[in-house]
Every structure is written in structure tokens, then in C-alpha cells.
Write a protein of this length. Structure first.
Lengths: 463, 103
């Protein structure tokens, strides 16, 4: 017995150290200079925690544990090697995996413990599987949309919110019944099943442009479900890790929804798609001015200050490496080039930063919206590559616009605006952009990668 | 049991506040790696699955537990791996070492 108690203490001490390392890991993440220490701290904490757990006195068989660890590693390595453009869907997929783990463990715990489940235990266990279940299927749907296996347009139907609400009430109602009558086994599969369906229905109506908020929210749910699992297993390490992840996801969701000037409930229940039909119709064939790569190159060369505004379109066209060549060519000619990053540009928080960093663009050239907006009046050329709604001046002026009030990059204040775009079709949200009809705006029609490549050839052609 | 529960609630509350304070200061530049890192850390749920499988209390629990271990481990490995890859890409254009000689 004393031996058991001894190893239990050792395990708890190891968990304590691991918890401290996890907190340090996130703390060091605050700046690029220390961020890699953060990973190391996290890795050490993780290895310690897993090794400590293997000392647990209740473990009588290691075979399946090892098989699971090896298989998981085998799946994890390719998931760690995906292209940077695929990071949003990979992230969604990993939220799904995390939630799957939590849901499965919760399910197993229920059947091992029923009917002797105290009320509080049953409440957190229900919370664990409800959050876990809806995060699992919701994240799979999000990953499917991002990978374009599923349509990115919001899928809406009549009474959608009512159906979702009813499902949610069924899940919570069954959970309450189980708390009061922990022997009523039949309600458990109902809770799990309804949560899984609820996750699917919750993400179906959400469009691609809202993905940054949704991914952050699912991140938060995954964390909270893990914290709930910590309560069930009485593991403080899990509670801490879950709480950290939950608060991280929540902060990111708040930042994302603020950057779109929308509330959570509006993102989750107010499918963007519905508003547009009214806004689209009125814009009929206004004149725009377009330019060739040669003209664009000449204007860029004459500029002193250029700000490039990347968006999801740059990611889709895989144009980040060409953009880097453009950055190099212009910098070499003495033009000051910076990048303006809108918080919701792309499909997940920080998406553009990672893509541009992948293309070897120094991160001190990537400037956040609030910091760079004041500089646009002194900017000679704002070059927009695959971004649309985040540059739409209607958000400032047009009260009828669905994006009215959303903070935008003030590109229209630059002396010249150039927009690389495939055609005049409206952006993802289907909202027309008055920026394109300004006198100072030049439309550069074509594929982002090819067009930027053509400009680069013009700039470097003489040498 | 009840004191354990109250303790656990205190731990949760404190950890949530620490999380808010620490993560509020993360540069927006690093939001993507932040998310993949928290994902990897969150996969600490693997410890629950390990105990579940090791205790071999029922075949059902063991099967679910093994799947859970696979899912969580792939998050641990993949999450740390890709976070590291991302961070290695972040370079600055300024000289990395501070210059000792003043002009």
C-alpha cells in the first residue's frame, strides 16, 4: 500500500511540473523571439506527463497503450507535415481528434460507473460528452468545408435555428434527467447521438468567411470538454490544460468576431448568406479602369511606399512565393514594401502571417490593421491580392451594407489602389465593393500567382 | 469527494484566468501557431485514455480507450511538429544579434 501511495505522489508531482511547463509554454508563445522555447517547454511537459501516467498503479497491461501511442504517432507525423495552405483544415481536424478522445473516454467512464454516478459527476460527464460530441462533428464539417469537400457557401433552410435549439434542448434535457436518475442508461446514447447531430447542423450554415471565428470557438469548446473530463477523472493537470485551451480559443473568437463587427450569436445563427441577395442587385456594370502587368510594374517602380494587402485569394492561388519575389524585386529597387494584415484575412486566426512567413517574408514587415491604417494616406500604392471584404469602404459609410461597421483596412486612402482579381464577381460574402469603381483604383484582372509573376518579370526583366 | 470537487473548481478558475492573461499578450502574428500549440497541449487528455486502457476494466472501455489514445497522440505529435515548423519560418529582416559597436 505504501508503495502505491508513493507512486501516486510522484505522479502528482510530475503533473504539477507538467502544468507549470504548459503555462510557460503559452507565455513564451507571446513573441516570435521566445516562441520556440515555448514548444520545447510544452514537449517536455507532455513527455513527463505521459511517462508519469505510465507509472499509474492501476495499469496492468501496456500492450494496447503502446499500440495506441505508436499508431497515433504514425498518424500525427503526416498531419504535422501538411502544406501551410492546408493549415486551417488541419487545425479543424485536430480539434475533431481532441474532441473524439474526450467523448470516447467520457462514454467509457459512464458505462464503467453507472448507476453509481454522483450528481455533480454526472453533470460534468454530460458536459464533457455534449461539448466533445458537437466539437467532433462540428470540426469535421469545418475541415470538410475548408478542404472544399463540402460546399463553402452557407447551407440554410427554413426553421434552422428552431431545429438546432430543439436538438440542444433534447441533449440538455436528457442530461438533466440522467443527473437525477443515473441508472437510466438509455439516455446516455441519446445525449451523445444528439450532440453529434447538433455539431453537424451548427456548422452547416456557416460560410467560409466566418471560419476564423468558428475555428476559434471550436478550439474553445475542445478545451472546455477536456477540462470537464479533468473534473470527471479528478485530474488537475487536465483541468489546467483544458482551461488554458478554452480561454485561448475564447480570446481568439472574441478578437475574430470584433474584427468582423459581429456577435457570436450572429456568426453562429445568422448565416451571412441570407443578407446578400438584397445588396447585390443594384450594382450594374459601372466602369472600372484596368491595367496590364507592364503598367502595374511601372507604377510600383515609381512608388516610394507600397503596402500589399493579402487575402484568402492569395492562399487559394498559392501566390505567396511569387509575392515574395515581388517583395524582393521592389525592395532591391529601393521601394519600401510592407504588408497589411487584417485579423480575419484568410480562414483562421493568423493565417496570412503563416503563409507569408513560409515564403520567407520577414515578420517585421507584416503590420497589423490598427498600426498600418494611419499610414495609408502616405502610401503611394496599395496592392490588394485576393482580399475583398476587408478592404470594402462600404463598411465605413454604407449603413445598408451587411458589413457596415466592420473595421477595414483603409486602402482607399492610398494614392493609387491596385486590385488583383480574377473578374468582377463579388467576394465571398457576395457584397459589391465600391473600392473598385474609384478613380484611383486600377483593376488587374487575372490569376494572382500569374499576375504577380508577370509583374516580377517586368521588374527584373532588364537584368 | 466534496472538497476535491471544490479544489478542482478553484484550479479551473485560476487556470482560466492565467490563460486569459497569458494569451492576451500573444502577438496576432502568432495566432495560428498558438492555436496548434494549444491543440497539442489539450491532447494531454491522452493520460485519461492511457489509464482507461491500462486498467482493462471492460473490453468496451478498452476499445474506446485505444481509439482515444490514437486520436490524442496524433494531436500531440502533429501539433508540436507543425507548430515548430511554423515558428521556424518566422524570420526578421533586422540583424538577429544586437550590434556591439555603436555608430
Amino acid at each position: 500500500m505504501t508503495d502505491f501511495a508513493g507512486s501516486q505522489y510522484l505522479i502528482e508531482i510530475i503533473y504539477l511540473i507538467a502544468s507549470a511547463l504548459f503555462i510557460l509554454s503559452l507565455k513564451w508563445m507571446s513573441s516570435p523571439a521566445t516562441a520556440r522555447h515555448g514548444i520545447l517547454a510544452g514537449e517536455i511537459g507532455m513527455v513527463l506527463a505521459i511517462a508519469g501516467t505510465l507509472l499509474h498503479h492501476g495499469i496492468i497491461d501496456y500492450k494496447w497503450i503502446i499500440i495506441g501511442l505508436v499508431l497515433g504517432t504514425g498518424i500525427g507525423i503526416p498531419l504535422g507535415m501538411v502544406q501551410m495552405t492546408a493549415v486551417p483544415q488541419r487545425t479543424a481536424l485536430s480539434h475533431a481528434f481532441g474532441a473524439l478522445c474526450v467523448t470516447l473516454v467520457g462514454t467509457a467512464e459512464f458505462y464503467l460507473r453507472t448507476p453509481n454516478v454522483p450528481k455533480f459527476m454526472m453533470s460534468v460527464l454530460s458536459m464533457e460528452v455534449i461539448l466533445g460530441g458537437l466539437t467532433f462533428t462540428g470540426s469535421l464539417m469545418a475541415a470538410g468545408k475548408l478542404q472544399e469537400i463540402l460546399p463553402q457557401r452557407p447551407i440554410t433552410y427554413k426553421g434552422q435555428n428552431l431545429v438546432n435549439l430543439l436538438l440542444f434542448l433534447v441533449a440538455v434535457g436528457s442530461a438533466v434527467y440522467l443527473v437525477l436518475h443515473p441508472g437510466a442508461r438509455i439516455f446516455f446514447p441519446i445525449i451523445v447521438g444528439v450532440s453529434l447531430i447538433f455539431g453537424v447542423l451548427l456548422v452547416i450554415p456557416i460560410g467560409g468567411a466566418d471560419m476564423p471565428t468558428v475555428i476559434s470557438l471550436l478550439n474553445s469548446y475542445a478545451g472546455l470538454s477536456a477540462a470537464a473530463m479533468g473534473f470527471v477523472l479528478d485530474s488537475k493537470l487536465l483541468i489546467i490544460a483544458g482551461a488554458l485551451d478554452g480561454s485561448s480559443g475564447l480570446i481568439l473568437s472574441v478578437i475574430m468576431s470584433k474584427a468582423m463587427n459581429r456577435s457570436f450569436s450572429n456568426v453562429l445563427f445568422g448565416a451571412f448568406g441570407q443578407v446578400q441577395a438584397s445588396a447585390a442587385g443594384e450594382q450594374e456594370a459601372k466602369p472600372v479602369r484596368s491595367a496590364t502587368p507592364e503598367e502595374a510594374a511601372a507604377i510600383l517602380l515609381a512608388a516610394n511606399k507600397v503596402v500589399i494587402v493579402p487575402g484568402y485569394g492569395m492562399a487559394v492561388a498559392q501566390a505567396q512565393h511569387k509575392v515574395r519575389e515581388l517583395y524582393d524585386a521592389l525592395t532591391k529597387k529601393g521601394v519600401e514594401v510592407r504588408f497589411a494584415i487584417h485579423p480575419v484575412a484568410g480562414r483562421m486566426p493568423g493565417h496570412m502571417n503563416v503563409l507569408l512567413a513560409e515564403a520567407d517574408i520577414p515578420y517585421d514587415r507584416l503590420i497589423e490593421m490598427d498600426e498600418i491604417n494611419g499610414d495609408f494616406p502616405q502610401t503611394d500604392v496599395a496592392l490588394i491580392i485576393g482580399a475583398n471584404d476587408v478592404t470594402n469602404p462600404a463598411a465605413r459609410t454604407d449603413q445598408s451594407s451587411p458589413i457596415f461597421g466592420m473595421p477595414i483596412l483603409d486602402v482607399d486612402k492610398a494614392h493609387t489602389v491596385m486590385v488583383i482579381k480574377r473578374g468582377m464577381s463579388p467576394g465571398f460574402a457576395g457584397i459589391d465593393n465600391p473600392l473598385y469603381y474609384l478613380e484611383r483604383t486600377l483593376m488587374l484582372f487575372g490569376d494572382a500567382k500569374q499576375f504577380v509573376g508577370a509583374i516580377v518579370r517586368e521588374l527584373t526583366g532588364g537584368h | 469527494m466534496n472538497t476535491n470537487l471544490i479544489d478542482a473548481l478553484f484550479v479551473f478558475m485560476l487556470a482560466a484566468f492565467i490563460g486569459f492573461e497569458v494569451i492576451r499578450h500573444v502577438s496576432p502574428l502568432l495566432h495560428t501557431p498558438l492555436m496548434s500549440l494549444t491543440n497539442a497541449l489539450d491532447a494531454i487528455a491522452v493520460v485519461g485514455a492511457i489509464v482507461l486502457v491500462g486498467e482493462k476494466k471492460s473490453t468496451f472501455a478498452t476499445v474506446l480507450g485505444v481509439i482515444a489514445i490514437v486520436a490524442a497522440t496524433s494531436n500531440v505529435v502533429g501539433g508540436f511538429f507543425i507548430t515548430d515548423r511554423m515558428l521556424r519560418m518566422f524570420k526578421t529582416s533586422r540583424p538577429t544579434k544586437p550590434q556591439l559597436t555603436k555608430p
